[in-house]
Design a protein. Structure first.
Length: 206
């Protein structure tokens, strides 16, 4: 039976699903649902199909774990990229943020998260083994570690530094234009771009 707060169970179901999205409260979800209700059916079906295709057809690049339409993403396939540099990031949003700066032309490696014991995320839950294989098998000269400057991000960076130190590879990090505790996706493009341009050798915190 539908809630008396909604005139329709169909509307309530739509609000329930939309409000499950991050950052979307029930008031916003109701506004979205009512907006969709006003749209032509073809538009709504196209919207729904795009979400279904996203879920069913999206792939993850076999090289870097970036979201892709193919087995190998466009960045890894781009012959103009500098294949001797790998930028290690937490997630796809960070790749998008860095690409928007237009200050980086190397490859990426998406970890899929950061080490966070409180959240039950350990090293084996991330794509760290794949990163080490790339460092060993590819002609990599530099690994640029670009993780959020939170405690978890710093812990993950230090963990990666220890593992990568056994290779003859330069290990660097972004300049401290980004304050401690900042998330990359909320950093403006100019600050992030300058931090990448002015990157420095990784110095572990003791």
């Amino acid at each position: 039976m539908y809630s008396r707060n909604y005139p329709s169970r169909l509307l309530q179901d739509a609000v329930d699903e939309l409000s499950s999205l991050p950052g979307v409260g029930r008031k916003s979800a109701l506004r979205f649902a009512l907006h969709l209700l006003k749209q032509p059916v073809d538009n709504v079906e196209r919207f729904g199909q795009s979400i279904i295709r996203l879920s069913k057809e999206t792939k993850f690049c076999k090289n870097c774990s970036m979201i892709s339409d193919n087995d190998i993403c466009d960045i890894c396939r781009d012959a103009k990229r500098d294949t001797t540099i790998i930028c290690v990031v937490e997630n796809v949003r960070d790749v998008i943020s860095i690409e928007n700066t237009m200050q980086y032309n190397g490859l990426y490696h998406v970890l899929g998260g950061i080490i966070s014991p409180m959240d039950g995320v350990g090293p084996t839950d991330l794509t760290i083994d794949q990163l080490l294989k790339r460092a060993e098998n590819e002609e990599i000269k530099e690994v640029l570690i670009v993780l959020s400057t939170t405690m978890e991000g710093e812990t993950t960076s230090f963990y990666l530094y220890k593992l990568l130190s056994k290779f003859n590879i330069k290990i660097s990090t972004i300049a401290r234009g980004i304050g401690f505790g900042d998330e990359l996706e909320y950093t403006d493009e100019i600050t992030l771009g300058r931090s990448i341009q002015n990157r420095q050798p990784f110095v572990p915190i003791k």
